[in-house]
Ligand binder design. Sequence first.
Ligand code: FPP
Length: 233
Amino acid sequence: MNIPKHVAIIMDGNGRWARRRGLPRKAGHIAGAKSIKSVVLHCNKIGVKVLTLYAFSTENWQRPKDEVDGLMKLIKNYLKNMRSYLKYNVRIRFFGDLSAFSEDMIDKMNQIEQEFSKNTGMVFGIAINYGGRDELKNAAKKIAFLVKNGELNLDEIDEQTVESNLYTKGLPNVDLLIRPSGECRVSNFLIWQSAYAEFYFMKDILWPDFRPRHVDMAIEEYNRRNRTYGGVK
Ligand code: FPP
């Protein structure tokens, strides 16, 4: 079995999961957060090099205040308990514009990245206040700044220059992008990194019900795909 190096998951369907049970949307996110750990540990165990989960997008601020507050509280609590991952040898990285968060939350995220940096296993990426367009806009700004300061020649700008100015700098491109809940779109998630990703949309499962076996199903399908990267195979 060929294990994809970088798996990315859009954790979709929390709201519908809650609605079907007559619960508030917040309850769906709480249930969704509980799905995370076994999926992370499974991916680490089978040899995935990077697993990125979409926790909060740059567009999610538009949701009702009550829901945004609930999500922030949930994410904060999750950060508090992240030390429990330390023994699994995973590394942790946060992808997104972290400047939108409170100082103590930023400190906590930096502290976690630092604390886990000695580990050597899978990179567990958490996309938070993340938007693919925002990421590319920021990369363009950083590159323009280097050119303006005479540190980089216009002719030297290549794809590698862009890559090295993304949040995911140094990590492999996405091989497999999984989205449960039936929506078939990328929603601004890792748009540069997913240029040649295989997409796996699952319509019969909502994120709170997502389990390691669903990762295996996606990887089985991934192995049936013929990746040509624009060429012929
Ligand atoms: C999409 O479902 C899900 C989100 C916008 C948030 C995902 C967050 C979590 C699973 C938990 C918090 C994350 C961490 C790292 C602790 P939706 O609300 O759009 O569902 P719907 O389409 O059914 O309404």
